[in-house]
Design a protein around this ligand. Structure first.
Ligand code: ADP
Ligand code: MG
Length: 140
């Protein structure tokens, strides 16, 4: 499998509980390299646009409110098959269904406050990375 990049967000429920380092350790232990990282306060406009694909879902308004409720850490992760690998490390969207050892199983508070975002395809990864990072911010 090829070396890929994926986009990751450590969500407000995790930054609030000071879990950035523990979550980053999971990525690094699984062989993903953090090649860009920035702690930001997302604006409502940014969160709305980022989650636009979910605009019709009943949880969209709450999700935007949650993602702007505190700092997040936006990241680019690099490694062999990084998109799928990161989805494995994250675990299922609903922590109740997440496998043991995954970030969401260990840290998520709820299906909404589930500690991390990860791109679902290489195509979306490229779009999401470009939304938050310039090429020169990423050092592989
Ligand atoms: P994932 O983050 O696993 O790719 P989705 O793309 O389906 O999941 O959803 C985006 C985010 O929206 C989830 O990570 C979670 O924060 C929130 N979310 C998803 N489904 C629900 C739900 N049924 N109720 C509340 N929030 C949800
Ligand atoms: Mg998704």
């Amino acid at each position: 499998m090829a070396i890929e990049r994926t986009f990751s967000i450590i969500k407000p429920d995790a930054t609030r509980r000071n879990l950035t380092g523990k979550i980053n350790a999971k990525f690094e232990e699984a062989g993903l390299k953090i090649v860009a990282q920035r702690r930001i306060q997302m604006s409502e406009a940014q969160a709305k646009k980022f989650y636009e694909v979910h605009a019709a879902r009943p949880f969209y308004g709450d999700l935007v409110k949650f993602m702007t409720s505190g700092p997040v850490v936006v990241q680019v992760l690099e490694g062999e098959g990084a998109v799928l690998k990161n989805r494995d490390i994250m675990g299922a969207t609903n922590p109740a269904n997440a496998a043991p050892g995954t970030i969401r199983k260990e840290f998520a508070e709820s299906i909404e406050a589930n500690s991390v975002h990860g791109s679902d395809s290489p195509e979306n990864a490229a779009i999401e990375i470009a939304y938050f990072f310039a090429g020169t911010d990423i050092v592989g």
